[in-house]
Design a protein around this ligand. Structure first.
Ligand code: 4AD
Ligand code: MG
Length: 430
């Protein structure tokens, strides 16, 4: 008999099939057992009637506990009352293992208990929905760059130098040498852009963030394009085109999951070009109008971003941050040397920064001066400076954080549920 998956069940109406999975939930009324069975692709209601199966099978079902592994056989019936539109009339059930005292019961649990049991929590419908959206989000991000002529160039994880400031580095011993876990693949993508024109990387990045906020992980995934000869405007055009494509496809292809999460998809459907573009100076004016106490030169924190992003129905691009707010590699605006050719994209509904990027400094003299100002060790960057010696050109790129983007897409308050096994300050397991 054919083993099938719940996601394909509609193709087997009227047929007898075998499913392999786990018991999600159970209810019984005397001679009838209603089993909710999950197999990783979905959940299906199964009806087991005492009259239809041998006594020992009915008995086994009687004793079945949550998350016991089972192989079942039954006839597929269309049923409008079932959530998936189908149910299974069971003819046989075999227990692979009886699970004893599964810790996550259908009652409410506190967040730290759930986080401690993340390895099991992944089986719940809500986590399932979120992580299936994540899987699709990553796929469509890759599709975008593949379809637009970018070459995937993987960046290293062990690095000799800081990309995003020295305060959030995770240091490790590399055969007696000091190494750091990468904060961003950008510097390597700049080398890639000079070699291939358009490149991107996608991988885990690490920041020793000593802040416990709803937006900070210590290990998160970033997708980073870099393009030779692109200036800041081109970079904003790319970010806008990319986001419109990605959000559009995720909404279309993961509609059921977003509905399950009760996400207001209409809000995501607003993500259409053009996105508003405002300068840092304009952003400061908006914040002051809102009564926020900010002074020119400070970087925006989560609270400021929340306020700014609530002002717009689409992602808003904030450009030209003060030079002091951004990393050493940002190009200083030739029109105004107080600011850099940087840009952040803030997601609406209060989500805040999901993309950071800008135009890079291509002049070796200015770059060396910026590195000295920030006391960066020149030896570690010699290879990077080479890129400015041999055919330097204007170039730009950005990094999109997968987890923050997913929190916004799914409408989640905190990034901890957007990654299978979150790493946060104070959380290294499971
Ligand atoms: O703004 P960031 O620090 O930019 C860079 O790292 C650039 N080198 C990227 C580039 O231009 N290639 O980080 C980029 C994005 C942020 O907008 C945010 O979405 C995410 O990475 N991010 C984090 N996500 C979760 N936890 C953290 N601690 C994050 N830090 C940054
Ligand atoms: Mg940033």
């Amino acid at each position: 008999m054919e083993r099938v998956y719940i996601s394909d069940i509609s193709r087997y109406e009227g047929k007898e099939v075998v499913l392999k999975g786990w018991l999600y939930n159970k209810r019984s009324s005397g001679r009838l057992h209603f089993l909710q069975v999950r197999d990783g692709t979905g959940i299906i209601q199964c009806v087991l009637s005492k009259a239809d199966v041998p006594e020992e099978v009915f008995q086994a079902s009687e004793e079945l506990t949550q998350e016991s592994s089972i192989i079942i056989r039954g006839i597929v019936r269309a049923d409008v009352r079932s959530p998936g539109g189908y149910e299974l009339g069971l003819t046989d059930l075999k227990v692979i293992q009886l699970a004893k005292d599964y810790p996550i019961t259908p009652k409410e649990h506190g967040i730290s208990f759930l986080m401690d049991h993340r390895h099991l929590w992944l089986r719940s419908s809500r986590q399932h929905a979120i992580l299936r959206v994540r899987s699709q989000l990553v796929k469509v991000c890759r599709d975008y760059f593949e379809a637009n002529g970018f070459v995937l160039l993987d960046a290293p994880i062990f690095t000799p130098a800081a990309c995003e400031g020295t305060t959030t580095l995770f240091e490790t011993d590399y055969f007696g040498e000091r190494a750091y876990l990468t904060q961003s693949g950008q510097l390597y993508m700049e080398a890639g852009a000079m070699a291939f024109g358009k490149v991107y990387c996608f991988g885990p990045t690490f920041r020793a963030e000593k802040s416990k906020t709803r937006r900070h992980l210590t290990e998160f995934w970033m997708i980073e394009p870099e393009v030779a000869y692109n200036d800041l405007e081109d970079n904003m055009d790319l970010a806008e085109d990319f986001l419109e494509y990605v959000i559009g496809r995720v909404c279309a292809e993961r509609r059921a999951e977003l509905n399950y999460l009760e996400r207001d998809v209409a809000k995501l459907e607003n993500v259409r070009r053009p996105f508003p573009r405002i300068s840092y100076d304009e952003a400061i004016d908006i914040l002051k109008e809102e009564g926020v106490d900010v002074s020119w030169g400070e970087d925006f924190g989560g609270d400021e971003e929340t306020i700014l992003s609530k002002k717009f129905e689409r992602p808003v691009m904030v450009h030209r941050y003060p030079v002091g707010c951004k990393a050493f590699y940002m190009k200083v605006d030739p029109q105004d040397d107080r600011v850099s050719l940087s840009m952040d994209v803030l997601a609406p509904e209060g989500y805040g920064e999901i993309i950071g990027g800008g135009q890079r400094e291509e002049d070796i003299g200015i770059l060396e001066r910026r590195m000295e100002e920030q006391s960066l060790p020149k030896e570690a960057f010699n290879w990077y400076l080479d890129l400015r010696k041999y055919g330097t050109v204007p170039h730009s790129g950005f990094g999109l954080g997968i987890e923050r983007t997913l929190a916004w897409i799914c409408g989640l308050h905190h990034v901890r549920e957007t990654i299978p096994f979150p790493r946060l300050m104070g959380r290294l397991s499971p």
